[in-house]
Design a protein around this ligand. Structure first.
Ligand code: CTP
Ligand code: MG
Length: 222
């Protein structure tokens, strides 16, 4: 569909720091695997036309069954990821049709996608930005270090911590996606793209450790 918005959900990480007996996206959050929460929320989002899910090799079948179980009918493809997050994003992008207008890239590790965030990201793209990311102010002073030596202290007021989903003009992300970075926006920035920030959400926490999983479980029940 020309002008469509596709979401790529990256769920292909091993989840080593969580230490579950299965990949992080398939660790249980409530009744269902973590992945179900963001899939359901993206599927419910009127601005999202189709979803690609990127999972660890051999987890395609469980992901397809999960999408069916929760009625996530926008899931158009489930593909195996790569060794790095950036490689997994590239695997997902291969399933996005050439005529798609916007791609949202979202970490399955951030289940609590707020209902209005996608709209705000797309509004920024509508205003002419190449990309848009949710961001929060940082509470700590952040330092750049080399080994155990401080090199620099950037002014905290100029720093934000960014989350996903991150939205991009599809052609811009495709052109920038060959590189490696801890998020997609960094690749688009490096290619000269203009990226906007919109307000993030504390509850859009990325689950990294067992303590993070407990916190998010608490928010789900609350
Ligand atoms: N991811 C991915 N492919 C990879 C690595 C990460 O799709 N090769 C995804 C993860 O599934 C996650 C997101 O990128 O949704 C953010 O990565 P991270 O939180 O680091 O998850 P893991 O890599 O799974 O965790 P860990 O680093 O603890 O192993
Ligand atoms: Mg990782």
């Amino acid at each position: 569909m020309p002008g469509s918005t596709w979401a790529v959900v990256v769920a292909a990480g091993r989840g080593e720091r969580l230490g579950d007996d299965r990949p992080k996206a398939f660790a249980r959050l409530g009744e269902l695997p973590l992945l179900a929460e963001s899939l359901r929320r993206l599927d419910d989002c009127d601005d999202v036309d189709a979803i690609v899910v990127v999972v660890p090799p051999e987890w395609e079948e469980p992901a397809i069954l999960l999408a069916e179980e929760i009625g996530a009918s926008k899931v158009a493809a489930v593909v195996p990821g790569g060794e790095t997050r950036s490689a997994s994003v590239r695997a997902g992008l291969e399933e996005v049709p050439e005529d798609a207008a916007v791609v949202l890239v979202h970490d399955a590790a951030r289940p609590l996608l707020p209902p209005n965030l996608v709209r705000q990201l797309l509004d920024a793209i509508g205003r002419g930005f190449d990309g848009a990311v949710p961001a929060l102010p940082v509470a700590d002073t952040v330092k750049r270090v080399e080994g155990d030596v401080v090199v620099e202290t950037p002014a905290r007021a100029e720093l934000v911590a960014v989350q996903t989903p991150q939205a991009f003009v599809a052609s811009v992300l495709r052109a920038a996606a060959a590189g490696e970075g801890s998020d997609c926006a960094s690749l688009v920035e490096a290619a000269g793209g203009r990226v906007a920030v919109v307000p993030g959400d504390e509850r859009l926490l990325k689950i990294t450790t067992p303590a993070d999983l407990e916190r998010v479980r608490g928010w789900l029940d609350g």
